[in-house]
Design a binder for this molecule. Structure first.
Ligand code: 3HC
Length: 294
């Protein structure tokens, strides 16, 4: 029999985590939004409030629906708050040891029937799952940025994920208004495996002065009908996240040179040029996130 999933936990309220909280709460689920400190919690809350306020200002969401949505979200510091959730999704930075520590603790804290999910972009869901005593209830649920807008969710099953966990998660995705694709645990799954070689190539082109950033982006946006060019997309994803994904795919995917991170990415990360979230990446950004060419 299918599990009832009415209350979910989200661990980590960065760009992806805050977006995932919004997706759940918009679709009537109660959400426990968890961070490691009050400051991080406040940043996550501000992202959620900012996004829903923008939707109200654009007339896409009624003010009372925004209030109801925010009323479904409880913010808490620490994983202990997740004892009663039906499903938890982790969305912390892409470091295997950090994710394994979190899953070991979730295993202790969450009720026995709870599904434990990771939003990892490129790490092995199997390696994360073995940090728990219930790897058969661990699954990947990979959202795309911006989570409230992008329709796709990749559902990643490992060799030991129970089939009913997969079908419960697929049903949940449908309830969230998303389209899911279900795949095995391979580096980059489907979308990132195809996307990141292209993004990395665009950075190499820019780094070697093959073309300007504006021309690279214009070529793909206007010539190929993509919603944004590759360098603007790197800024949206975040250069730190993009670096971790490329580096992991390079190491897990047989050292395919297409995924060897272009040196410029690491240099920009080190210099704090992370993209939209830090106000500057390949482009500079005003608060609202629109690019300012400098
Ligand atoms: N959060 C929430 N909503 C957002 C948003 C954000 N960060 N950015 C834009 N939106 C919303 C806008 O409010 C608007 O909503 P509306 O239609 O209800 O008014 C809608 O998206 C369209 O936004 P805009 O009109 O401002 O701008 P665009 O039409 O250019 O759309 C975009 C912006 C949706 C980001 C579009 O450019 C796009 O689809 N870009 C490609 C994004 C993409 O490829 N994402 C995947 C990245 S890879 C990934 O996530 C994998 C991970 O593992 C790294």
């Amino acid at each position: 029999m299918a599990r009832e999933i009415n209350c979910v936990g989200v661990v980590g309220l960065g760009t992806m985590g805050a977006g995932i909280v919004e997706v759940f709460a918009r679709n009537g689920l109660d959400v426990l939004a968890v961070e490691v400190s009050d400051a991080a919690l406040e940043r996550g809350r501000a992202t959620l409030v900012g996004s829903t306020d923008r939707a109200v200002a654009k007339g896409k969401l009624a003010a009372e629906d925004r209030d109801a949505l925010l009323g479904r979200v409880t913010f808490a510091v620490g994983l202990a708050a997740l004892a009663d959730v039906d499903l938890v999704i982790e969305a912390v930075p892409e470091h295997l040891d950090l994710k394994q520590r979190i899953f070991a603790e979730l295993d202790q804290v969450c009720k026995p029937t709870a599904i434990l999910a990771t939003n990892t972009s490129s790490l092995s869901v199997t390696e994360i799952s073995v940090a728990t005593h219930r790897p058969n209830q661990v699954i990947g649920i990979h959202f795309f940025n911006p989570a409230p807008i992008m329709k796709l969710v990749e559902v990643i099953r490992t060799v030991v994920t129970e089939p009913d966990v997969v079908t419960d998660v697929e049903a949940l995705c449908e309830r969230l208004g998303k389209v899911d694709v279900t795949i095995n645990d391979r580096a980059g799954f489907i979308a990132n495996a195809l996307l990141f070689g292209y993004l990395n190539h665009a950075v190499t082109m820019y780094e070697s002065r093959y073309a300007t950033r504006e021309d690279i982006d214009a070529a793909m946006k206007l010539g190929c009908g993509l919603p944004m060019g590759p360098l603007a997309l790197m800024d949206l994803i975040g250069l730190d996240t993009a670096y971790e994904i490329l580096d992991t795919m390079y190491r897990r995917g047989g050292r395919d040179r297409r995924h060897a991170p272009a040196p410029l990415i690491k240099q920009m990360v080190t210099a704090g040029l992370l993209g939209r979230k830090s106000g500057r990446g390949f482009y500079a950004y005003e608060k609202a996130g629109s690019p300012v060419v400098v």
